[in-house]
Ligand binder design. Structure first.
Ligand SMILES: [Ca+2]
Ligand SMILES: [Ca+2]
Ligand SMILES: [Ca+2]
Length: 132
């Protein structure tokens, strides 16, 4: 169960620590969630903000790809992508997408060029449009 919760959190599905302040608001997009954690509003997440949101130190190190001590929205997005890209080929297949609990319709929507693969750019575009 614990592992399951962590897995969901890594996918950014909004499963956070029980009783956390973030749980009060209605289901929100990634941008909203990011803002909720970014308590000082500087557009990046510091290690302190990350931990205040109930995330683990190790997770911070993992997501902070360029190791500058800050997590940017792009880094968070890249991390979510990697969590779903289980075979590590840099694109999301329909199988990977569905294995992550996403819907078929969502895949069709995000796969803008209909080649059966979702690239980080396609995900970024869809996220910008829909606030995923
Ligand atoms: Ca960083
Ligand atoms: Ca893949
Ligand atoms: Ca595509």
């Amino acid at each position: 169960m614990k592992t399951f919760m962590i897995g969901l959190a890594m996918l950014g599905l909004g499963v956070t620590v029980p009783g956390a302040a973030m749980a009060q608001s209605a289901p929100a997009g990634a941008a909203e969630k990011f803002k909720a954690v970014d308590t000082n509003g500087d557009g990046t997440l510091s290690r302190e903000e990350w931990k205040a949101a109930g995330r683990r130190d190790r997770g911070f190190n993992y997501v902070d790809a360029d190791k500058d001590g800050k997590i940017t929205p792009a880094e968070l997005q890249a991390e979510k992508f990697k969590a779903v890209d289980t075979n590590g080929d840099g694109t999301l297949s329909r199988e990977e997408w569905k294995a992550a609990g996403r819907r078929d319709r969502g895949f069709n929507y995000v796969d803008a060029d209909k080649d059966g693969k979702i690239t980080p750019a396609e995900l970024q575009t869809a996220a910008a449009k829909r606030g995923m």
